[in-house]
Design a protein around this ligand. Structure first.
Ligand code: ATP
Ligand code: MG
Length: 454
């Protein structure tokens, strides 16, 4: 105790390896300072139901990390020694999901809580692929083994709402205080077991503005290609978390810094290596980050449509140069881009169709006479298409005037709209060069705006 006190005064830190990793450091409310008001009542409901049934139950992972940082967690994960079947029996709406990693979803109205049974150290013996990636992992074990299996020290703490104690096995509290992101265990081995952790490092470092501990950072560059070996839906999930973190721009910059974008995800190659598209993407991500921070929803379709727009524009121009009419050329370009990304990113069908809607609406904004603008206004995804148009204006791709016209039209009353349509033909066209010159046939196909709709 005295030794520890002297070390504390001198600022000497315990080496993580010197600690007995089977015993947690236990902190009371006065030490960790978590504000119990930040806890969700449903999280308490789940932990207390499990505890009343004789099981151990804790809030775990990101929620504890956020509570320690004084941030209200966006969701709550619960860890317990009850098996998934035992958890399921205790709640009216509970579903066992997952194969590789079985968990229980407990629902209260719209609120979803993930309940996980403590994982055992069986990762060593778990079935793996030829690159060392763990394929299935449903071996249960004691809490200290569960802690060892988590990714970062700051994500491996357990909070018991009943006793208000935090259990820290890996020096997570110290790392939170030092703003350090440190992987648990031997970094190369942990990345090999689950290469998605490479993306998670980047997400947490950017989101929390933590420094990546040198040993955690060093192997990232060399191990980056292992991501190619991860099933596309998992990469997509992690990418979505990254893009929806409220720090998407910082995350993408960090991915680039860590050499994780190159040849890794085709989407990021496109986005990060195209200076022309960068302005547009930066604006799109800034607006996404602002929306998330303001608690507003963001549609993944809009996000991916923005990230890939310049690739679409490039192909659209090429198809038109090869003689295709503008609208079919845009459809062909959209097909090419969606095909190339779907394979790798496992874009869900709904997201793909939202992206296509947003893209194919764009040329219709150029048609401002007759009934066309009124029809476009009724499009179910008008708002997304219009927001997208504004981003194109702000990035300098097209004239501001077009966006301003649409804002006035969208917000105007009947007579203002009539006036806008009457005077619209005098307005200057888009900035973008048209290639090739429009033939009468092309013009015809563009005027038949309704063909854009599938
Ligand atoms: P967020 O606030 O973004 O949700 P989080 O830390 O809660 O962050 P989740 O993806 O929700 O992240 O995961 C919950 C917890 O599960 C993590 O805190 C971590 O302890 C553990 N975990 C998740 N993914 C992995 C992984 N690939 N390897 C090891 N542990 C993981
Ligand atoms: Mg979480």
């Amino acid at each position: 105790m005295i030794k520890k006190f002297i070390r504390k005064i001198l600022g000497v830190k315990d080496k993580p390896t010197a600690r007995d990793l089977t015993q947690p450091v236990i902190l009371g409310q006065a030490d960790h300072g978590i504000d119990p008001k930040l806890l969700s009542s449903n999280a308490i409901r789940v932990t207390s139901s499990l505890q009343e049934a004789g099981f151990q139950a804790f809030v775990v992972g990101g929620a504890v990390r956020d509570l320690l940082l004084g941030v209200k967690p966006k969701d709550f994960d619960i860890a317990t020694n009850a098996t998934p079947e035992q958890v399921k029996r205790l709640f009216r709406r509970a579903f066992i999901i997952g194969k590789r990693f079985q968990i229980v979803h407990v629902m209260f109205g719209q609120d979803l809580l993930e309940v996980t049974t403590f994982r055992g150290a069986g990762e060593i013996n778990a079935p793996k692929d030829e690159h060392g990636r763990v394929l299935r992992d449903n071996t249960f074990g004691p809490q200290h083994e569960d802690a060892m299996r988590r990714d970062f020290t700051i994500n491996a703490m357990y909070y018991d709402p009943a006793t208000q104690q935090v259990l820290d096995y890996h020096g997570g509290i110290a790392d939170i205080r030092d703003k350090t992101l440190r992987i648990i265990g031997q970094p190369e081995a942990r990345y090999r077991e689950d290469p998605v952790r490479l993306l998670r490092v980047v997400r947490f470092a950017a989101k929390l503005q933590f420094t990546i501990e040198p040993g955690t950072r060093e192997p990232i560059h060399v191990m980056a290609p292992l991501i190619n070996n991860v099933p596309a839906p998992r990469v997509f999930d992690e990418m979505l978390k990254l893009l929806m973190s409220g720090h998407a721009l910082a995350c993408l910059q960090q991915l680039r810094k860590e050499g994780l974008h190159h040849g890794l995800l085709p989407l990021l190659d496109v986005v990060l290596e195209q200076p022309i598209g960068m302005k547009f993407v930066t604006l799109a991500l800034e607006s996404t980050d602002d929306r998330i921070k303001a608690g507003k929803g963001v549609s993944p379709g809009f996000l991916f449509a923005s990230l890939l727009w310049h690739q679409v524009v490039e192909k659209w121009t090429a198809y038109r140069a090869a003689g295709e009419a503008p609208i079919p050329a845009l459809h062909l370009a959209a097909d090419d881009v969606l095909d190339s990304q779907t394979e790798k990113l496992a874009l869900q069908r709904k997201i793909g169709s939202d992206m296509r809607d947003i893209w194919s609406m764009q040329p219709r904004f150029e048609r401002r006479n007759g009934k066309t603008p009124y029809k476009l206004l009724e499009h179910p995804r008008f708002r997304a298409g219009y927001d997208f148009l504004l981003l194109r204006c702000q990035s300098g791709e097209i004239e501001m005037e077009l966006g301003e016209w649409w804002t006035a039209f969208y917000e105007g009353d009947i007579s203002e709209r009539e006036h806008l349509v009457e005077t619209a033909h005098a307005a200057p066209g888009p900035k973008r060069k048209r290639a090739p010159r429009r033939s009468p046939r092309n013009k015809q196909s563009e005027t038949s705006g309704s063909t854009i709709e599938e």
